[in-house]
Ligand binder design. Sequence first.
Ligand SMILES: *Cc1c(COP(=O)(O)O)cnc(C)c1O
Length: 408
Amino acid sequence: MSKLAIKGGERVKTTPFPSFPIWDKEDEEHLLVALHSGRWSIGHEDSKNPNNKKFIEQLEQRMSDLQKAEYAIAMSNCTAALDVAVKSIDIQPGDEVIVTPYSFIASATCILQAGAVPVFADINEKTWNIDPDCIRKSITSKAKAIVVVHFGGQSADMDEIRAIANEHGLRIIEDCAHAFGASWRNAPVGTIGDVGCFSFQQSKNVTCGEGGVLVTNDVEIFKKAYSYHMSGRKYGGQWYQHEVLGWNYKITEFQAALACSQMNKAEKLDSIRSKNALRIIEALDKIDGLDFVKTDERVTERVYHLLTFTYDPKCFGDISKKRFLRALYAEGIPLLDGYKYPIYKNGLFINDKKHDYSIYEERCPVVEKKCEQGVWIPQTLLLGSEKDISELIDAFYKVIENIDELRR
Ligand SMILES: *Cc1c(COP(=O)(O)O)cnc(C)c1O
């Protein structure tokens, strides 16, 4: 008689994890207020309308306060904000920008959009963030900036990265798509470097469907970012005065309204995720062959967008990651197998005729390994109840104790 659900046994978990996104009356009210205000976008102000709550400006103000940023610009999404950020620090065609290969594609396409060249630096085995030593080895005379991703919700080593940037005159862009609420030695992410970008896309910890915010303390970057996201309009200029080649990356009042109400719930949800993540690590990290991400002790606020670990098949009788995850799925535990290959192995890079990105396979062994062995527990699962998490842990033990069944 088989025990594992994938072999016809009973599944451990019969109820689903909480669904996401989560909304309440406040979100409904915000959306209706935005609707009835008649001001659905920037540039259509009606100051006489008492229903105009200016959610776009509220969102920008709140992000300024939270991230200790002098300036914040809400945009249509974080990809847009990243495109704008790279342009706003004056990256030119042919410049090199150093970036992690273990991220969503937008962390690197923002570099291409400016005609610059991404240079991929490997990540740290323990934190899964870009490794400062690898950044050092990647610097050439053409290097102009670093795109840092605070992967999974943990700040990268901003002490070392700042030191390297100062030494070599590089700018720093922080991709904070996973890291709303995170901090490094009590400094909120996003303003430790020169410019930071946040995402409110539906998979992120705080979401309004699609949305992004750029933050900076540099007035010159702010003015340029304003122009680039506003069809090239001059900051402080006239409505139809266009001085640079820009995009229309403006956010809508609806997105901002929802972002504001969702933000009110962020702290509560983050503390549930953290509590659950710590419990899972405590229960499972000790298992040979499961190696959970480690938190740098200088990280003062670690949020969990993803709780990541590597699965080493050698410790499980050579049962593949795919088979292991399928068995867990059958038990009612839907985990993610992460990026299947590093950013540089996407067709976009493989088919590039001008640059040879095949050099990175050898240069980035850690990222190659994470793509092969990495598993993600997404933030939505981390919102589970105590019972949900107990069942998740039980399912791991059940599959591991009966791993031989997977061979048959
Ligand atoms: C989601 C994500 C982005 C892009 O954000 P969008 O708002 O979807 O454009 C950028 N970087 C990382 C690391 C992400 O996970």
